[in-house]
Design a protein around this ligand. Structure first.
Ligand SMILES: Nc1nc2c([nH]c(=O)n2[C@H]2C[C@H](O)[C@@H](COP(=O)(O)OP(=O)(O)OP(=O)(O)O)O2)c(=O)[nH]1
Length: 159
């Protein structure tokens, strides 16, 4: 699938990404991780996940990514939302899954950081492609959502 071009330039291809919203049973906290060194927006915060490889389903990609990056094995992957975002470095389609069960101990295999967070998040800046999901999660929980809180931090850090 491609984006329509209005400039006559080659349309950009979507990068398909599987993203996990891991929800901790005891307190509904959300797992947020930092982007490792060497990637665009290194140090920014995101939900864990990564790009689909050829032939993979969203669930397979998420299972592989979370094993590779965090050392855990997910036991469920509840398809939730699909969003799109255009970055200068990529046009991404994000396939969001809720994950409520997993096995294994968390191990940050790419030198990243992890944080169990309640809403609103206290870690910043957050990838702007994740803002819609933060809004939906806030709505589900009956909490206010202020995009400016996230957008200001992203702007300050070079969005
Ligand atoms: N994992 C993740 N990616 C996100 C989120 N929000 C968001 O816009 N993205 C975007 C950022 C990236 O452009 C893309 C994910 O690509 P990536 O480079 O992190 O994926 P990857 O781990 O497979 O990386 P790679 O080393 O194989 O290149 O999705 C999010 O909350 N989590």
């Amino acid at each position: 699938m491609t984006e329509l071009s209005t400039t006559g330039a080659e349309p950009r291809k979507y990068t398909e990404v599987a993203v996990g919203v891991l929800i901790r049973e005891s307190d509904n906290a959300l797992l947020i991780t930092s982007r490792p060194a060497g990637k665009p927006r290194a140090g920014w915060w995101e939900f864990p996940g990564g790009k689909l490889e050829k032939g993979e389903t969203v669930e397979q990609a998420l299972r592989r990514e979370l094993q590779e990056e965090l050392g855990i094995t997910i036991a469920n992957c509840i398809a939730w939302k699909v969003t799109e975002h255009s970055y200068t470095h990529a046009l991404v389609r994000l396939h969001w899954c809720k994950v409520t069960q997993w096995t294994g101990e968390f191990e940050m295999r790419e030198g990243q950081q992890m944080s169990w967070q309640q809403l609103p998040l206290t870690v910043q800046p957050v990838l702007e492609g994740s803002f819609p999901v933060l809004q939906w999660l806030s709505e589900e929980r009956g909490l206010p959502f202020d995009v400016a809180q996230y957008a200001n931090a992203a702007l300050a850090d070079g969005l």
